[in-house]
Design a protein around this ligand. Structure first.
Ligand code: UFG
Length: 323
């Protein structure tokens, strides 16, 4: 099978490229390296370029692909509030032109990296696929707009898609070859591990007055390889002729910021200094996924469900590889 992975040099995309190689697929990565890393693309062809470049996209898709996987979004909520123009252009407009190129070249299958951010402030937890979709920032709105676009492109043009709404992607390649390398890093687990390593002096705890048992925010952390296995199963579901669908991806367990820091202290054997900081804008107190639909329809079973295990993999990467 020939698969184009857009954003395959980034955190989740690079793990996906490796997994597709293990599945004996022919993989081509398209990445502009704005935030990705060339050395994270372990197999297949690599094309450096922007997926918003229609000429490049047209010549690339003319090579013929069975499916496209799209990981090339801008992902920072706060930045999306300050620069909505960049977010609507990169995450929505460029995806629209990508889908138009797919239509032209008769590529029928598309797997999209969506986000829990499409739900906005949760009305209930765990969040299932029927939960109201009212994103509260431009980032979440761009993801929801693409989901809606995909519904219309399925009905009109027969492009079949699966949208996978990640909750909190975490962890690293269990074999230690890949991991999280955002710049700037804003995510909780890598920042805690950078503090454990001495690269940062402390971790800021954004709010201790939330309506949760210990006052800090609760999130559902899902291993990056489990996200990738959901992508693979999603692709197989489309190839079997199943309908387009959206799935929420998480473990169904919530961990507070305080619990994550305590687990990281056990894993690393280091004391992690904490500084109490104000709440970060737009952070819901609790986000937990109900992923039963993905279990039932895709046969998806997360393999790395222990938070300790997820942090161990991230720590091995942070400690030995992410110098
Ligand atoms: N946090 C801290 N200190 C930090 C960083 C984070 O206390 O230095 C807290 C946050 O306030 C939040 C939790 O740790 O409560 C997790 O924060 P992350 O930044 O790691 O992840 P988010 O939950 O904010 O974001 C994730 C994805 C986004 C997506 C969002 C969906 O990374 O792309 O879930 O709501 F939009």
């Amino acid at each position: 099978m020939k698969i184009l992975v857009i954003g395959g040099a980034g955190y989740i995309g690079s793990h996906m490229v490796k997994m597709l190689g293990q599945k004996k697929c022919y993989v081509t990565t398209l990445d502009n390296l704005a935030s990705g890393h060339r050395d994270a693309v372990l197999i297949g062809d690599f094309v450096q370029g922007d997926y918003g470049d229609p000429v490049l996209l047209d010549s690339l898709l003319a090579r013929g692909f069975d499916a496209v996987m799209h990981f090339a979004s801008l992902i920072q909520v706060a930045e999306s509030v300050q620069h909505p123009d960049d977010y609507y252009r990169n995450n929505f407009v460029n995806t629209l032109s990508l889908l138009n190129s797919m239509k032209k070249h008769k590529i029928k299958y598309f797997i999209f990296s969506s986000s829990a951010a499409i739900f906005g402030e949760p009305i209930y937890n765990p969040i299932d696929e029927t939960h109201t979709q009212l994103p509260i920032n431009p980032y979440g709105r761009t993801k929801l707009m693409v989901e809606q676009l995909l519904g219309d492109y399925d009905r009109a043009f027969g492009i079949k898609s699966v949208c996978l709404r990640y909750f909190n992607a975490a962890g690293a390649d269990p074999e230690g070859q890949l991991g999280e390398r955002h710049n700037p890093e804003t995510h909780l687990i890598p920042l805690i591990l950078q503090a454990a390593k001495g690269k940062l002096s402390h971790i800021n705890v954004f709010g201790r007055d939330y309506d949760t048992p210990d006052g800090t925010c609760i999130r559902d952390y899902i291993h990056v390889n489990d996200i990738c296995s959901a992508h693979w199963l999603a692709l197989l579901s489309l190839l079997r002729g199943e309908d387009s669908q959206s799935y929420n991806l998480g473990n169904g367990n919530g961990f507070s910021v305080k619990e994550i820091i305590e687990t990281a202290e056990k894993v690393t054997g280091q004391i992690i200094f904490q500084v109490d900081s104000p709440r970060r804008d737009g952070d819901p107190s609790r986000l937990i996924a109900d992923s039963r639909l993905a279990h039932e329809r895709l046969g998806w079973r997360p393999q790395y469900t222990e938070i300790k295990n997820i942090i161990e993999h991230a720590w091995r990467w942070e400690r030995f590889f992410n110098i």
